[in-house]
Ligand binder design. Structure first.
Ligand SMILES: [Zn+2]
Length: 280
């Protein structure tokens, strides 16, 4: 039975997952106790049919970088070490400690990550943060603006933190340094009235809710270019778009390092980051 499963695993290219393997740390050993969970994770990684964000998705590879960060194990999701780390996460939040990825574990992960965003906590209280006064906003430099940009303003302290973060990414990762487009900004501060008008006109802003109160009104939300799938936009929420972005050097570096500069992610949009001012 196991040998057949293993043979299947190695025969199926969809399971040859390389995203985290490239960045895999040395400490990815685990007790054989986790082998079965690892096997289940290897199969569901690209095959699980589920609905994490109101539409069917297959597999959970796009969320692996954030999972690895949260469980503190930068190990391939098909390893026992990943399953062991996932089980510890599940235990911390009162879930069954199976070490197997499932929708319930993802719901908790989503909550943990969302709660780090003051904007979301304000929305939970049914509040919509006021935009900053204009004098608190600063202009991006031309080389910081992506060609597909919507805006060129950001809150000054956020812009300063962004500059330090982008410089560090380029210093630390040759693949990021080699592509000046990576981590350029395609959206920063968006004036609420102009934003609502744009959404109404284009009808592409996830309905009235997002148009009515976008995190971009705070001047602390920033959309960073993290690559784009062929034929799809820099902010496409299509599953193949988000998967493509999650495999890129820019996104993987951000997930690991953006917290050092005060930025926190949004699970559903690999390009969207919010400045929270302190390492989470
Ligand atoms: Zn955004």
């Amino acid at each position: 039975m196991w040998s057949r499963l293993l043979a299947l695993m190695f025969a199926c290219p969809a399971l040859a997952w390389g995203g985290a393997a490239r960045a895999q740390a040395v400490d990815c050993e685990a007790s054989p106790v986790w082998n079965e969970a690892a096997m289940a994770n290897a199969f569901s990684l690209n095959g699980l049919e589920w609905t994490p964000f109101n539409q069917i998705e297959w597999g959970w590879e796009a969320y692996v970088p954030i999972l690895q960060k949260e469980i503190g194990r930068r190990c391939d999701p098909a390893t026992g070490a990943f399953a062991e780390g996932l089980a510890a996460f599940q235990q911390r939040y009162g879930l069954p400690t199976t070490g197997v990825f499932d929708a319930a574990t993802f719901t908790v992960l989503k909550g943990v990550v969302q709660e780090r965003r003051p904007f979301i906590m304000a929305r939970v209280r049914n509040e919509c943060p006021e935009p900053p006064p204009l004098f608190q906003l600063g202009y991006l430099l031309p080389e910081e603006e992506h060609a597909d940009r919507l805006t060129r303003l950001l809150r000054r302290d956020v812009l300063e933190a962004y500059r330090q973060m982008a410089a560090a990414a380029r210093r630390e990762v040759p693949a990021i340094a080699a592509n000046p487009e990576l981590l350029q900004i395609f959206s920063g501060f968006r004036d609420p009235e102009a934003d609502a008008a744009r959404c109404a006109q284009q009808g592409n802003c996830d309905g009235v809710r997002r148009a009515a109160c976008s995190p971009h009104r705070t001047g602390a939300a920033v959309d960073l270019y993290v690559g784009h799938a062929p034929g799809l936009g820099v902010d496409s929420t299509a599953a193949e778009s988000r998967l493509h972005m999650s495999r890129g050097a820019g996104y993987q570096w951000l997930v690991t390092n953006a917290g050092r500069f005060g930025f926190t992610p949004y699970l559903y949009e690999p390009w969207h980051w919010e400045y929270v001012g302190a390492a989470p």
